[in-house]
Design a protein around this ligand. Structure first.
Ligand code: EPZ
Length: 438
């Protein structure tokens, strides 16, 4: 099982490039199910979740080429022959986003068998809103032996109002609606940029969608979709993670290949905490550490609010800020798994329900720590970059799910970080089957 060895103390200086967004790539790969034509996606991140989804689509009969030729970041998916529209538990248990194939499978093949994802480290992660929406569109859904079975000759357009804002719920049902009979109005949709990415791909494939990226979308169903080529947007959470890395180490870091417009809440909060952050044109942001970081509160909200996927990373920064920071997690019920590990490194954090009180600055000392989920891992990397001494981070396969070659990227701007083990080694497939993750 791979580990990271990180020696703290170096300010990060230089330019660091962001990869394509994992949480755009996953729904866009699922969208290929909706057509018999090839769908080519560019700027794809080479991370474990993408490998998992490639295996999932292949297990259903799709042809998936990853990293074609010189364009290492290009993937072509062709679902001409979907011989087995089943998302098996062995794969779904390692990545709950597998439920994204539910809507497209029912829309394309008239049926789907998808293992119920089950919970994960950060919470119960139900998909009741996905199911409710499909039933409202006319799908007959049964649940037994841990599997969901959905059937519909052809889904019918309807007026959906989400009880809660759900990112993959919005994406799943958008993909169901594009081939449904008639018009579907979807209200209280997620407005995350990744939803906009998916809607842009679907439109390129011939779908009729209005209001993408807003809380109300209007979809006119069509009888078929064709293939397309699409460039995935940059990963705003990876970009935000790097901005925190520049701030926490007191460095001078330019994050390139990102979209500053998707980072509004994160940039505003870093400025409030005292970091100097400035836009550098349309696709780069520069961050410089502060003489003294100041405590500032965050409360996670759906986009465009402060992202829950940046909560753990911000908490690491807050441990170095002067004064108190209240960190409130409103989206998931168990997303403080990083707290105990940060406390073991010397952080002063008290959790009460959904709010953690962070007092700083606390001198962090290197330790052997355990990664528990994707963003908690990022938090521990950030803490280790400023801790005194050499930290060992175990179970970094959590990190590999959503960060591409993170140790190479960080080393390139001065971090002292090494991987013990070998990324994507054959045993990676063993760990994929052994582990359940967010
Ligand atoms: C997406 O997860 C992201 N994953 C998550 O990123 C992200 O944290 C989350 O959105 C929130 O922004 C992908 O896009 C692949 P939700 P998702 O449905 O769609 C409840 C990462 O770190 N809910 O928006 O699963 C749910 O329990 C990952 O990259 C229901 O109750 O999240 C949660 O409390 C982690 N019923 C809230 O809604 C449902 O049917 C928001 O969940 C669906 C969700």
């Amino acid at each position: 099982m791979d580990k990271f060895v990180i020696r703290g103390g170096n300010p990060l200086v230089g330019a660091i490039r962001v990869s394509g967004a994992k949480n755009s790539a996953l729904p866009c790969m699922a969208a290929a199910i909706l057509t018999e034509d090839p769908v080519t996606l560019e700027n794809m991140p080479q991370v474990r979740d993408i490998e998992t989804e490639r295996r999932l689509l292949q297990s259903m009969g799709a042809e998936v080429e990853l990293r074609e030729g010189e364009a290492q970041d290009r993937t072509t998916i062709c679902c001409r022959a979907l011989s087995d529209p089943v998302a098996k538990y062995e794969i779904v248990k390692t990545m709950r986003a597998s439920s994204l194939v539910l809507g497209p499978l029912v829309a394309r093949a008239g049926m789907a068998r998808v293992a119920m994802p089950g919970g994960c480290a950060i919470g119960g992660r139900p998909i009741d809103l996905h199911i409710k929406g499909l039933e409202q569109m006319g799908a007959a859904i049964t649940q037994e032996h841990g599997y969901l079975e959905a059937r519909a000759d052809r889904l019918r357009g309807t007026h959906l109002v989400f009880d809660k804002i759900t990112v993959t719920g919005t994406e799943d049902l958008l993909m169901a609606a594009v081939l449904a009979e008639g018009e579907t109005v979807m209200e209280n949709c997620a407005r995350e940029p990744e939803v906009g990415d998916l809607a842009a791909l679907l439109t390129a494939m011939g779908a009729q969608i209005e209001g993408a990226g807003t809380s109300t979308m209007r979809v006119r169903g069509v009888t078929g979709l064709h293939g397309a080529q699409y460039h995935i947007h940059p990963d705003r959470i990876e970009a935000g993670t790097f901005l925190v890395a520049g701030a926490i180490t007191g460095g001078d870091l330019v994050v390139t290949g990102c979209n500053p417009e998707h980072l509004g809440a994160v940039i505003a909060k870093l400025r409030e905490a005292g970091a100097r952050v400035e836009g550098m044109g349309a696709d780069a942001v520069r961050v410089r550490g502060a003489e003294k970081l100041r405590g500032a509160d965050i409360s996670t909200e759906e986009y465009p609010g402060f992202p829950t996927d940046m909560q753990a990373q911000y908490m690491a920064l807050a441990t170095q800020a002067d004064g108190m920071s209240l960190v409130t997690e409103n989206i998931f019920e168990n997303r403080f798994m990083h707290v105990q590990e940060l406390v073991r490194m010397g952080a002063n954090i008290k959790v009460d329900g959904k709010t953690a009180t962070v007092r700083g600055p606390a001198r962090l000392s290197a330790a052997a720590v355990m990664c528990s989920d994707l963003r908690a891992s990022a938090s521990l990397v950030l803490a280790a970059l400023v801790a005194d001494g050499e930290s060992i981070l175990d179970r970094v396969y959590h990190m590999d799910r959503g960060y591409e070659r993170i140790e190479e990227k960080l080393s390139g701007v001065g971090a002292q970080i090494q991987r013990l083990g070998n990324l994507f080694a054959p045993r990676m497939s063993e760990t994929i089957s052994e582990k359940t993750t967010a």
